[in-house]
Design a protein around this ligand. Structure first.
Ligand SMILES: [Zn+2]
Length: 588
């Protein structure tokens, strides 16, 4: 495997936020108490399987085997290991993946599904499936079909090794790679420049044209592991398969090797998925955490305890786990404002600036007439009204399907509150940018304790992220009604939309939030006729088809606006279906 600098920086951030220490502690405590459902709940894994049904359909022995595995399932460890693409700057799980945990028979396979969207609630879903498992969701046959949330998967990770999810096997992490306890420093090669790259391969009898390296820089330059063993595996394969040998890492990159005379090989980058057999190099790697330790990017004390035990089998003390958010500095931030330095500080959960009410009103008026904010006003706006500009890319800056990306309403069926205008020119001082990023990453990964501790320390509850989302947009992730009540009491708007027009209720419902959160938002006055993205579909209409159980459970709260909007939507859909059928009949 090869890791670029962007990868390693990204993984450092992932290790800090993606599996919060309180989640590890709670899930471990439940697992050790024999409460595997409790462990799943603590690690936000929805359990969608019924042991008594397995028993009646597949027999007692099969059900017992499944149950025994579930007793040792460490959902927090699985979350630690599942694929992400942090080089894109995002810490979320890779969405829409189906991973096979255990295979009992071809029609009884234990799988876990990753979230439907990259930015929604980071909930995993544990269920049983049957072959054929395909990357085309409609063809994946489920044990009990008809459950919409399980049909969204676009990729299948076949048969994850046990050490990534089964606590009994977690200690096999190093042996899976054929390694013993560290140090592993001699296995890592720093091949960050073309010349060093070409020389390292040449010393092993493999010639790589410099030009190929320059063209494929992102595939070539970075940290490489175990180069001599890779070359040996390729040479072994070449003895049975004369000609080209393709080797590589699934979902990552492939290399092609051809004999070049005199016992040497010529290497090139192979940019397609190999059609035929290839030499898998997955096991010729190094556990990611061992590499991060080697690079000094993670403190061993911040590892997941099961990973720590696997990497340091002779250690006696248990690690603390991922670090908790630090107490943000209460010192004021100095901002250049109208030729002078002013101090911006937090007071009562809001950004306080040393300007009178009249001055602030005058500034607001200037902006209304097209002026731009500056100094203190800009800092306050950036923190509480969102980004220092529009989202970087109009498409999507996560590289993942994102329910809130590109959802600019064209013609909403029902009038909506105008979305927040991003403060285009507002520049946020660096310390405040970091505070904002910290708060929103904690929220994305469902670290409720972390969010509350930052709010207690004085960070503004009115903070908005780069897409104009407030903490209310993350209630599906945070799952805490006390926090929700606190945010509403602080004056956050239950209908405050982000730059794409998405309201907290839409985010919670569409982002697979719990029923309690959805009900609480409606009770707080969130409009039920708010719409989902560009289609203009009212959220209640979406719930009716996609999450019928939730729809039924909020029926008593429905208001007339929601009913009107839904009926209007259904009529529109029926009309366009009729028009489409008519068009088809005219154009057979
Ligand atoms: Zn000022």
């Amino acid at each position: 495997m090869i890791l670029t600098d962007a990868d390693t920086r990204g993984w450092r951030t992932v290790r800090r936020y993606a599996v919060p220490a309180p989640m590890i502690h709670r899930a471990t405590e439940r697992r050790l108490a024999g409460d595997w459902r409790g462990a799943c709940s603590a690690a936000d894994v929805a359990v969608d399987l019924d042991l008594s049904r397995i028993k009646s359909r597949f027999g007692t022995t099969a059900a017992a085997r499944v149950e025994q595995d579930l007793q040792h399932f460490a959902p927090d460890l699985l979350r630690w290991h599942l694929p992400r693409r942090p080089s894109t700057g995002h810490t979320a799980l890779s969405p829409r993946r189906l991973s096979v945990l255990a295979r009992y028979r071809d029609d009884l396979i234990l799988v876990v599904g990753s979230p439907r969207t990259g930015y929604g609630r980071q909930q995993l879903r544990l269920f049983l499936a049957a072959e054929p498992l395909t990357s085309r969701p409609s063809q994946t046959h489920r044990d009990d079909s008809g459950h919409e949330p399980c049909t969204w998967h676009m990729a299948v990770d076949r048969d994850l090794p046990r050490h990534v999810w089964d606590a009994r096997h977690a200690g096999e992490l190093l042996s899976w790679y054929g390694l013993g306890p560290g140090p592993h420093d001699h296995l890592v090669g720093d091949l960050h420049d073309t010349e060093r790259f070409v020389r390292a391969w040449a010393e092993l009898g493999v010639d790589v044209p410099q030009r190929q390296v320059q063209i494929n820089r992102h595939m070539a330059l970075g940290f490489w592991y175990r180069l001599p063993e890779i070359v040996r595996a390729v040479r072994d394969a070449a003895t049975t398969t004369p000609g080209q040998v393709v080797a590589g890492w699934r979902d990552q990159s492939y290399l092609s090797f051809t004999p070049a005379g005199g016992g040497r090989l010529a290497m090139d980058f192979y940019t397609y998925t190999p059609r035929d057999a290839y030499v898998p190099l997955e096991r010729l790697g190094l556990p990611l955490d061992a590499l991060l330790i080697h690079l000094g990017l993670i403190d061993p004390d911040h590892l997941h305890p099961l990973i720590h035990a696997a990497l340091f089998p002779s250690a006696t003390a248990s690690p603390a786990g991922p670090p908790r958010p630090g107490r943000p500095s209460a010192d004021p931030v100095r901002v250049r404002c109208g030729g002078a330095w002013h101090e911006v500080r937090w007071v009562g959960g809001r950004v306080h600036i040393p300007h009178s009410e009249q001055e602030q009103q005058r500034e607001t008026m200037l902006v209304t007439f097209g002026g731009s904010r500056s100094g203190c006003f800009a800092a306050k706006t950036a923190m509480e009204n969102g980004p220092a500009g529009l989202p970087r890319s109009p498409r999507n800056d996560t590289d993942f399907p994102d329910p809130w990306a590109a959802t600019v309403s064209v013609t909403p069926a029902v009038p909506q509150a105008p979305p927040v205008r991003p403060a285009r020119q507002a520049r946020l001082p660096r310390r405040l940018t970091e505070q904002r990023r910290d708060l929103m990453r904690l929220a994305l990964h469902g670290d409720t304790e972390g969010v509350v501790s930052l709010l207690d320390a004085g960070v503004s509850a009115h903070t908005r992220d780069h897409r104009g989302r407030t903490l209310l947009h993350f209630m599906a992730h945070l799952r805490d009604l006390t926090l929700l009540a606190r945010l509403l009491a602080e004056g956050l708007d239950a209908d405050g939309a982000d730059v794409a027009g998405v309201t907290p209720l839409v985010a919670a419902a569409y982002g697979m939030g719990d029923l309690a959160v959805i009900r609480a938002l409606i009770a707080a006055g969130a409009r039920q006729d708010a719409t989902v993205g560009s289609t203009g579909e009212p959220i209640t209409a979406w719930l009716e088809t996609a999450r019928p159980d939730v729809f039924a459970a909020i029926a008593d709260l429905q208001d007339s606006a929601a009913i009107t909007a839904r009926l209007h939507w259904r009529r529109q859909m029926a009309e366009s279906a009729r028009a489409h059928a008519a068009w088809l009949s005219r154009h057979p």
